[in-house]
Design a protein around this ligand. Sequence first.
Ligand SMILES: Nc1ncnc2c1ncn2[C@@H]1O[C@H](COP(=O)(O)OP(=O)(O)OP(=O)(O)O)[C@@H](O)[C@H]1O
Ligand SMILES: [Mg+2]
Length: 307
Amino acid sequence: MIECRRISKKFGAFQALGNVSFNIPSKKCYGFLGQNGAGKTTVLRMLVGLLRPDQGEIFVAGHSLLNERQQVQRLCGYLPQRPEFYPWLSGEEFLRLSAELVGVPARQAKKIAGKYLDTVGLADFSRRRVGKYSGGMQQRLGLAAALIGDPPVLLLDEPVSALDPQGRDSMFSLLKKLKQEKTIFLSSHILHDIEQVCDGVVIIHKGQIKAQGTMPELLKERDESIVRAQVHFEVDGGLINRLQAEFSGTLQGIGIPVSNVAWQEQGLEQLFYKVVRQAEEEVEQEHHQHQNSSTGQGGAGDGNMAR
Ligand SMILES: Nc1ncnc2c1ncn2[C@@H]1O[C@H](COP(=O)(O)OP(=O)(O)OP(=O)(O)O)[C@@H](O)[C@H]1O
Ligand SMILES: [Mg+2]
């Protein structure tokens, strides 16, 4: 579906990309991995025609970017690494404008804008000016803009870098849904998330493609037949010493050397979720108490109101 053939790019004397070739199959989600400065953004900008390669060809759904630029651009929704907005527009106004730009008739644009604000969790902020959005809210709005024409290809440059943990989770659930009908190519440094959602990866290093394919393909290529076993269970802290001895002893008894047994306390992620959930519950409780007192159901509230 997305095909890059021997793309090269120099910025002045600096060779940013050298003979970059890869293929992303239709209706799959592929992660684009590489260190800072490896060339991910440069490639993604080329795929949407914002930057010209010095050499090489790009095809999207069989259309040549060089010869059929408009068709290719119509097929692709793009979220830049640092999206830019008119700060004086509200989120809804921005999306209405984006919808009209991709050909949605003006009378439907409001409805479509509302739909995508909801998809990215911004429905409560539709009237706030974009200049006053937080970084994560701007990233969500950028994703909504990328989705708005319902394009079959999504090119997302670090879509979760500014999102809070819940935002990341909902972004990845959304991507899982979207990949049933779209081809998605996204760069990210969050390998755990990539592993959860992507069918395969392309790895770039200093402007050169070093690996591409699904995880089983890549492991087979490298003959990586050793797997790391992880067993998860919860246990009383007082039993750890006994378990450790039993565990290592049993495995060593059948000829499997144990390199490490790690006991994990509750992680930051769980802790963070718990604190946020508790805070949300407190707000909800306060809200209920406030409602009760203003409808005259709460005893203390009645007293306050009488004064
Ligand atoms: N317009 C430009 N002019 C000069 N050099 C550039 C330009 N754009 C990118 N580069 C250089 O090309 C290389 C690749 O940059 P790119 O932004 O593609 O990296 P990246 O893989 O997206 O990194 P990151 O993970 O930090 O976003 C970097 O060395 C960068 O400095
Ligand atoms: Mg980048």
